[in-house]
Every structure is written in structure tokens, then in C-alpha cells.
Write a protein that binds this ligand. Sequence first.
Ligand SMILES: Nc1nc2c(c(=O)[nH]1)N[C@H]1C(S)=C(S)[C@@H](COP(=O)(O)O)O[C@H]1N2
Ligand SMILES: [Mo]
Length: 258
Amino acid sequence: MIRKSPKLAGVDAAAVIKEALQRIDVPSRRKFLQSSLTLGGLSLLTGCSLVEAGGIEKALMKISRFNDAAQAWLFDPSRLAPTYPESMITRPFPFNAYYGADKIRQVDADSYRLEVTGLVADKHAWTLDELRALPQTDQVTRHICVEGWSAIGKWGGVTFSSFLARIGADTSAKYVGFKCADDYYTSIDMPTALHPQTQLTLSYDGATLPPKYGFPMKLRMPTKLGYKNPKHIQAIFVTNTYPGGFWEDQGYNWFGGI
Ligand SMILES: Nc1nc2c(c(=O)[nH]1)N[C@H]1C(S)=C(S)[C@@H](COP(=O)(O)O)O[C@H]1N2
Ligand SMILES: [Mo]
């Protein structure tokens, strides 16, 4: 008996395809798919069955990971993000988190220790004073949030590549992961971790990083969207196992490049 292809009960095919296309950042590929992508095509492209439970999510996630690979391939580790004069700093610089300003995390400076684990030679935990004793640089760059705002700020701290060298990180590993003092977590690709503007940030606008912007320490990357820049970092780990992220695990693109 020949069976008809199964109907997708309760699925808005047009909406699913539109969402899939929005997650593809390479314009030529998006154009190509726009003219040819059907639900069946989405299934073929990703090798996922769209009728099984969670099948559409799985297929969209696969497209998003494909998009990660394309962005990683396009990433030029020597291309610098624009920098700006201090007169262009946005005042006041916006606060954003997955909670409101009344819930901003208060981390105790004296008991703070930055944990360093995974594929690193030196796993000693760092005090704030030890981090402050490392050579510091400043950057005035633009932060872009997917929620539809951007702002220019001035961050100071330790060039992350020199910190990775200092702890003897295996820079042939794929990922650097971050765990924060709130429930936030994220991870980045090694080429971005080694980018010259990726900064372990300890200050904002010439003063100690305030709680709202991530005291005691955050990672600042002008080559990545806001949600990839973790605040209140408590632990850093180097790994080959994909660590995901707070928003990334809910469908935001993992690479999150600008
Ligand atoms: N720990 C932690 N880091 C975080 C977030 C968060 O909720 N918790 N939100 C991210 C998002 S979406 C943005 S836009 C920026 C906001 O940083 P700002 O408060 O310095 O503007 O922090 C990012 N890092
Ligand atoms: Mo954001």
C-alpha cells in the first residue's frame, strides 16, 4: 500500500519556513532557500523528521548550528570592530539582563574567586586583586543588543588572549564557556576568544565595573551581540564539548556575531 506523506497537524508551514529563513544569515543562501524551501525541503535539508515530537525545533536548531558554522567560517580574526571617541559614549549607558534592575546581582569583592577549569594548565582561582594586577587596556566600542538598541561604552580590563596564555589554555580547543553569578551562562568559539578586542573587563568608563554592568568582571566582545557578553563571571572553562548558553539554548543563534 502506498502511503501519503503525513499531514502536519497544527503546524503553520509558512511561519515555520519564515522563522527558518530568518535564522540564515548568509544572504545568498537565504535568497536561494527563499525561492525553494518547503516544509519537505526543511526536512531534507536538516535530515530531521518534522512530524515527530519536537521535530521542527530540532530542524530549526540544526539550521541555526549550520548558521554558526557559516559565521565562524566568515569570521576574520584580524578584522577589528570600530572604535569611537569618548565624546560619543552613550550616557547613561543602558542596563539589560533577563531580570529587572531591582534584581541586579551583588557579588562580594573580598570573597570573590574566578574559577578556571577544563583544558588549562593552571587551574588556580583568581582574586580580584590578582586580576587587577594584570596589564589593562581600554576600548570605546558599540554594544548591540538583539532587543533593538545599541550604545557606545568604554570598558577597561585584560586582553583575554593574554589571560588565556597566562593560564596555559589549550587554544586548539573549540570553546570557552562562562558561568555567571546569576543563572546566566554562555560560550564562545576559540577564534573570538583570541580576538585582540576580546576583553576580561574590570572597569566601566574609568571606574570599577558597577553591579549593573557586571561587577566584578565581565567579558566584552565588540565582535559579538550583547547576549554573548557575560556579566558577573564566576567561572571560565576551556572545552571541546559544546556548552550552549542561556539564550542560545532557547533558540538564539550561538555564534551571535555582528
Ligand atoms: N550574567 C548576565 N550577563 C548578561 C545578561 C544577563 O542577563 N546576565 N544579559 C546579556 C544581554 S542580553 C545584554 S544586552 C547585556 C547587557 O549589558 P549591560 O547591562 O552592560 O548593558 O548583558 C548580557 N550579559
Ligand atoms: Mo541583549
